[in-house]
Design a protein around this ligand. Sequence first.
Ligand SMILES: Cc1cc2nc3c(=O)[nH]c(=O)nc-3n(C[C@H](O)[C@H](O)[C@H](O)COP(=O)(O)OP(=O)(O)OC[C@H]3O[C@@H](n4cnc5c(N)ncnc54)[C@H](O)[C@@H]3O)c2cc1C
Ligand code: FES
Length: 273
Amino acid sequence: MVSTPLLEAAELISRERVAPGFWCLGFRSPEIARRARPAHYVAIDLPGTFSVRLPLGIWTARDDTFTLLFREWGERTTRLACIADHEPLSIIGPLGNEFSLPDTGKRAVIVAGGIGVVPFWLLVRELLAAKVRTTVVLGARSKHMLVGVDELRALGAEVKICTDDGSAGTRATALDLARELAPPDIFYGCGPPPLLRALGEHANAAGIPCQISMEETFGCSMGTCWGCVVPIRRGSPQAVGYPRATNEKREYDFARVCVDGTVFWSREILWNR
Ligand SMILES: Cc1cc2nc3c(=O)[nH]c(=O)nc-3n(C[C@H](O)[C@H](O)[C@H](O)COP(=O)(O)OP(=O)(O)OC[C@H]3O[C@@H](n4cnc5c(N)ncnc54)[C@H](O)[C@@H]3O)c2cc1C
Ligand code: FES
């Protein structure tokens, strides 16, 4: 289901450097926190920048507060990491659709790459509350880039970790590690596109339902600029009316990741277009 977003002045209440270059910021923002569902994100207007709003996934949400977990990449994330204490920020959220849950008693495997762990705190909380047996496979390039492990374990999830350089957990990719587990009833994925594509192909070949939260470069985050489209199967419920020339013969449609996603079934995504 797609959420109805609202604009809220969110007050910064906590700031923690969780790993080199990675930050967890807490905000008091009662309405957004109350409405947050697994895979929802917010769009932040950063004072002092000319850029469009910064989209970031909601990491944790409790009572009237939520947290964001992000990596410092460029201008906007660097600006966010050093905003003044108690500075109110204009935040729109929660945005996007949400992950679907399987029935009680089923088994779920979550495959997360690096900062792609963000949508999974809320999801793990929901899955465990629904008595779905849940394993999170979390991969990163090295141990310094593994974030969120303690928080997921504190929820009660089984978390298996792996790194490309073997500096923590198994030396493997998250998908390689996930393949060693018994086939689940459903996969969930978020992370770098090559990981998501490989996960989607693996799940499709094995006939296992798989939901993927995608990230594109966003402009408006509100569905109006059409800057974030991805090709998906023709006739998908998420395919919307992207303008089509009358003589155009393409056999696929487009969806806007910002409002028609960010969650898609892997079988709907056309990676090769
Ligand atoms: C729905 C959604 C949710 C998101 N959630 C999160 C989140 O929870 N945590 C988080 O850290 N980020 C998240 N992102 C990414 C985030 O929105 C920014 O794109 C990213 O943090 C860079 O922002 P910036 O303005 O600081 O850097 P920019 O100025 O946009 O980029 C600086 C430089 O880094 C490069 N770069 C930017 N992003 C990446 C990337 N992902 N991988 C490799 N190079 C990159 C750019 O090409 C550029 O050279 C999300 C994006 C979307 C669309
Ligand atoms: S970012 Fe503008 S339509 Fe998605």
